[in-house]
Design a protein around this ligand. Structure first.
Ligand code: GLU
Length: 422
C-alpha cells in the first residue's frame, strides 16, 4: 500500500519545482507544524475500558486557522492524517478561503460502537485536543464516518471545557446547533460545479455523458443524485460491499431505497432486496465489485470513497475519459503520471471536493458574525468560488503546461508561500 504522506510530499516537490519555490519555505512545508497523538479511554457498554488512538495534525496556518475534518476509520494512521492535513492546506488555498490545513482521525470501526460509546469516544477525543483547537486556532469538521451529530457532541464538550460558547470551533454541525444550510450537500454541489465547467471546456453534453461513482456515502450519494438532475447518465454506483452497473442508467434514489431496506447495490437489477447469489453477474445490468467499477467504459469516473484506488496496478485498465476525484487522494502519483501520458484529464481532489470545506468556511463565518444565510445564498457563493477556482487551476495548468493537479498545487503553494516569511 503506498504511503499517502510520501505521495503528498512528491506532489509538493513537483509544485515547488514548477514555481521555483524558496528553499526555506519548501523545507517548512515538508512537515506539519504540530501533530498530536492521543490515547482515548472509552468506557464501553460492557463496563470495560477500551483505549483508542487519535490524531490531530496541524499542517500550516499561513492563510487562517487550521481547518479539516476528523475521520473515524480502522485504517487511520499518522501518515494518512498528516497527508490529509497537507491536502487541506492546498485545498483551502485553491479555493482561496481564509483557512489553513489540518486533519484529525481516530483508529476505530464506528459501525461496531453503540451510540453511547460513539458519544463517549467523541467527547473524550475533544478532552484530549481541546487546548489546541478553537474558532481562532483550528476548526475541525466531519470526514469519513463522522456526522453532524458527532460535531454537536464535540462542540458541546469543547464549550464545557472552555467555559463559554464558541460555535465556530467546529463545522458541519446540525442546523439547530449552528450548522449552515447546504453543508450536507456542499461537497457534492461543489463537485457538480466542477463537472459543469469541465463539460463546458470539453464540449460534453450531459445526456450523452455516462458517469460511474465509486462510493455512495455523503459525497458520492449526493453527487450521483445531483448529476442525474443535471441530465447526466449514471451507469454505475458502489459502496464498500460492491456495486451495480446498468448500461441503461441508474436512479440513485432507487438504489438508496434498496440499501436502506438492507439490500446490496447489486440487487438494483432485480428491483428488490436479494441475496449475493441472486445478483446477476453478467448482462446489461449486473453486480460489479469496487475494482470492476473503476475499469468500466464510462465518460466520467468519480472516485468518492477512499485513497489509493487508482494505482499503477489497475491504471492501464481504466477506460474512463475523465476522472473527477471526489475522494481525497484516490489516485497514486505513479497512476497519475500514466493517466496524464494517456491523455486522461484528472480534476484533482483539492479542487473537485473543495465545496465541503468552502461551506464549512461559510458556517464558521456565520457563527463568528451571528448570522444565518439561506441555502440559496450559500449555493450562489459556493458556485462563484468553485467556478473561479476551476478556471484559475485550468489557466495555471495551461500556463505551465502541466496537469490540473499540478496547476492546483502551484496555485495553492504560491498563495501559501506568499503569506509565509522566508
Ligand atoms: N472532510 C472534508 C474534506 O476533506 C471537509 C473538511 C472541512 O469541512 O473542514 O474536505
Amino acid at each position: 500500500m503506498s504511503n499517502p504522506f510520501v505521495n503528498a510530499m512528491a506532489q509538493l516537490d513537483k509544485a515547488a519545482k514548477i514555481v521555483n519555490l524558496d528553499k526555506n519555505i519548501h523545507e517548512v512545508l515538508k512537515q506539519p507544524e504540530r501533530v498530536l497523538t492521543v490515547s482515548i479511554p472509552v468506557k464501553m457498554d460492557n463496563g470495560e475500558t477500551k483505549i483508542f488512538t487519535g490524531y490531530r495534525s496541524q499542517y500550516n496556518n499561513a492563510l487562517g486557522p487550521y481547518k479539516g475534518g476528523i475521520r473515524y476509520h480502522w485504517n487511520v494512521s499518522l501518515d494518512e492524517v498528516k497527508a490529509l492535513s497537507f491536502w487541506m492546506m492546498v485545498k483551502c488555498a485553491v479555493v482561496n478561503i481564509p483557512m489553513g490545513g489540518g486533519k484529525g482521525g481516530i483508529i476505530v470501526n464506528p459501525k461496531e460502537l453503540s451510540v453511547g460509546e460513539l458519544e463517549r469516544l467523541s467527547r473524550e477525543y475533544i478532552r484530549k485536543i481541546w487546548r489546541v483547537i478553537g474558532s481562532d486556532k483550528d476548526v475541525p469538521a466531519p470526514d469519513v464516518y463522522t456526522t453532524p451529530q458527532i460535531m454537536a457532541w464535540m462542540r458541546d464538550e469543547f464549550e464545557k471545557l472552555l467555559g463559554r460558547p464558541d460555535p465556530g470551533v467546529i463545522t458541519g454541525k446540525p442546523l439547530a446547533q449552528g450548522g449552515s444550510e447546504g453543508r450536507e450537500t456542499a461537497t457534492a454541489m461543489g463537485g457538480v460545479c466542477v463537472v459543469r465547467e469541465l463539460a463546458k471546456k470539453k464540449g460534453l453534453k450531459p445526456s450523452e455523458t455516462t458517469v460511474a461513482v465509486q462510493g455512495v456515502g455523503n459525497v458520492g450519494g449526493f453527487m450521483a443524485k445531483l448529476l442525474r438532475q443535471d441530465g447526466y447518465k449514471i451507469v454505475a454506483l458502489s459502496d464498500s460491499k460492491g456495486g451495480v452497473y446498468n448500461q441503461d442508467g441508474i436512479d440513485p434514489d432507487k438504489a438508496e431505497t434498496i440499501k436502506k431496506n438492507g439490500g446490496m447495490l447489486g440487487c438494483y437489477c432485480l428491483g428488490s432486496v436479494c441475496s449475493l447469489e441472486q445478483m446477476p453477474t453478467d448482462g446489461p445490468c449486473r453486480h460489479v465489485s469496487n475494482e470492476d467499477l473503476l475499469e468500466l467504459p464510462v465518460d466520467i469516473l468519480v472516485p468518492s470513497a477512499l485513497e489509493n484506488q487508482i494505482t499503477k496496478e489497475n491504471v492501464d485498465k481504466i477506460k474512463a475519459k475523465y476522472i473527477v476525484e471526489m475522494a481525497n487522494g484516490p489516485t497514486t502519483p505513479e497512476a497519475d503520471e500514466i493517466l496524464h501520458a494517456r491523455g486522461i484529464p484528472v480534476v484533482p481532489d483539492v479542487l473537485a471536493n473543495a465545496g465541503g470545506v468552502t461551506v464549512s468556511c461559510f458556517e464558521w463565518e456565520q457563527n463568528l458574525k451571528g448570522e444565518h444565510w439561506s441555502e440559496a445564498d450559500v449555493f450562489v457563493k459556493l458556485e462563484k468560488i468553485m467556478v473561479n477556482a476551476f478556471n484559475e487551476v485550468w489557466d495555471t495548468a495551461e500556463k505551465y503546461n502541466v496537469t490540473l493537479r499540478q496547476g492546483a498545487f502551484v496555485k495553492a503553494i504560491e498563495r501559501v508561500a506568499g503569506k509565509m516569511t522566508k
